[in-house]
Design a binder for this molecule. Sequence first.
Ligand SMILES: *Cc1c(COP(=O)(O)O)cnc(C)c1O
Length: 390
Amino acid sequence: MTDVFMNTYHRLPVTFTQGQGVWLTDTQGKRYLDFTAGLGVNCLGHGHPKVVKAIAEQAGRLNHVCNYYQSDISIAFAERLVAACAPAGIQKVFLANSGAEANEGACKIARKYSLKKYGPGRHTIVTLKGSFHGRTITTLSATGQDKFHKDFGPFTEGFRFIPPGDLEALDQGLDQATVAGLLIEAIQGESGIIPQSAAYIEAAAKICADRDILLMFDEIQCGVGRTGTFLACEAYQVKPDLVTLAKGLSAGVPVGAVLAGKKTAEVFEIGDHGSTFGGNPLAAAAGIVVLETVNNPIFLKDIARKGERIQAALRAWNHPSIKDIRGKGLMLGLDIGAPAGTILEAALAQGLLILSAGTNTLRFLPPYVITDSEIDQGLDLLKKVLSGSP
Ligand SMILES: *Cc1c(COP(=O)(O)O)cnc(C)c1O
């Protein structure tokens, strides 16, 4: 441990030195089973041989070119990514470095789209209460949770929150005269693995289409195969205008992507937006491995199957502390009806890394490469933790 870092994270008392598959090793040589995948980032686990090889080879060849030029690897990555998202109607991509940066880019596109078509005053982005969209001033403005809104104002104007699941609030909130876009997570991650119903998402899509309000999905946590389809929104009868990705997209190398459908693909013009590191060759090389591996029907089906296996095991266990099981694929929440954050340290002592979300929910985001027997091992450790046995 060290005290040179700013005091921004509630860190658990462990320092890792290496990882392999779903296992991490700390400075004492103790091994931990990873149900967090670095908050959804290490989607192919740690030290995946193809990811390691791709990054190492790319580092030896070319690790950065400025965006006044192109690199062969970024072109290959971008083309593959757009192709992977084509079933959702995606046509173009802007590459960035993080989730917040991707959401900022999407908000800029929504604002410009509306301004050019309807003139000033129609710039509001509606988001849901309980949402999480990032930590920059603007993405905090988009985040529908009061606890993030202290100390840092004034915030960016033009964001409004509506309660999720409420069709009347949706209809009223999506005011045609003032709203440019609706930004939603199909499954809210940070606030407790809260899925929106298909009926709600499809109703939102219809209102957006009728009123020419852009439908924007924040898939930074739930995208890239996490829920068993490449994009989570593919599971619904919707065609998004914008989708943002980050976290798992380059298996551990920083990356972000703004994906645009038909209406929004041409909104940005030369000089409108940029990012020094966006489309970085190392991120592109790792991202190609993710796309090759994950965007495969058999692999995606197996993510769904593993998620169902975890859910079935938790249901069969039927422990009194389990109040609810939510989510899809390998993005699952176990509501234990009591503060979940306090359990993480006990889990760590047992050798299990797991996350909390919201207040009462344990969050599972294991690497996709987890095996059935590793799932069982993790669940056995969790049972010990929840039963309070040493
Ligand atoms: C993590 C996350 C973000 C922010 O991503 P950063 O890379 O930390 O900026 C935004 N939206 C959702 C849904 C997330 O899970």
